[in-house]
Design a protein around this ligand. Structure first.
Ligand SMILES: Nc1ncnc2c1ncn2[C@@H]1O[C@H](COP(=O)(O)OP(=O)(O)OP(=O)(O)O)[C@@H](O)[C@H]1O
Ligand SMILES: [Mg+2]
Length: 233
């Protein structure tokens, strides 16, 4: 289970002014978010731009310091662990689809997927081949596997990022706006893929502003101004 307990996150923003008038401003990006995601849950959070969705994903993944509160993954408190430990917990439990992801540009799409798999499982095996085939088919991306990331369109890169997050078959999927750059047919594919992964027992936390994409989730919350404001479904 992922337990998000009263998380508060601040950012310090530097704004350039005229002359010496640069100013520091504290942005309270998350102001007390509490949420449980069970192993077999599919939870979506919908919210406008700037409401704190990506910040929440970053916090659950243990990639940002918190002012207050904690995130537990099973018995592990990822928010207070050392960096190396955070990376281990992250690698063990999560497939993360980042809103803006970067691929290793010197390697092909398939090599990028291989690296992600080996990082989690230590070696390439039959399960990798099965997952590769399954994801390439579901995302209609067989023709991309031999390409280099720098040659891909935004939508093709997003598919690659989704495949990279899912290939290792981890217990939870954290998905941050996974369909932002995609055409309607591809959005439908991603929606179906997430539903199937959930049917296979994955816990999913999806953040998006796309109501349609979120409609398969078992529970849908609304996020506003750094807080979960209501339960929509
Ligand atoms: N690295 C950062 N430094 C400073 N402020 C940040 C940083 N990242 C986000 N913020 C601020 O924190 C708030 C929440 O941002 P966040 O990226 O979590 O929103 P979001 O809901 O994911 O938006 P979007 O839908 O546009 O992706 C915003 O006010 C944003 O300006
Ligand atoms: Mg975001």
């Amino acid at each position: 289970m992922i337990r998000i307990l009263d998380i508060h996150i601040d950012y310090e923003q530097l704004s350039a002014g005229f002359g010496a008038q640069n100013s520091h401003e504290i942005v309270h990006a998350l102001k007390g978010v509490t949420l449980d995601i069970n192993t077999n849950d599919y939870v979506a959070i919908i919210g406008p731009s700037g409401s704190g969705k990506s910040t929440l994903i970053t916090a659950v993944a243990g990639l940002i310091g918190v002012v207050k509160g904690d995130v537990f993954i099973d018995k592990y408190k990822i928010t207070r662990a050392r960096r190396g430990r955070q990376a281990k917990i992250r690698g063990k439990y999560f497939g993360i689809i980042f809103q803006f992801s970067e691929m290793l540009s010197r390697f092909t799409v398939e090599e990028n997927l291989r690296f992600a798999y080996v990082a989690a499982h230590g070696k390439i095996d039959d399960h990798y081949q099965e997952r590769l085939k399954y994801l390439a088919e579901k995302l209609d991306m067989f023709q991309l596997l031999a390409s280099y990331p720098t040659k891909l369109s935004g939508g093709q890169l997003q598919k690659t990022a989704i495949a990279r997050a899912l290939i290792k078959d981890s217990a939870y999927i954290l998905a941050d706006e996974p369909s932002g750059d995609l055409d309607p047919e591809s959005v439908a594919r991603v929606k179906k893929l997430l539903r199937e992964e959930h049917d296979r027992g994955k816990g999913i936390l999806l953040v998006t502003h796309d109501h349609k994409l979120a409609s398969d989730a078992k529970s849908v919350f609304e996020m506003r101004d750094g807080q979960i404001s209501s339960l929509i479904k």
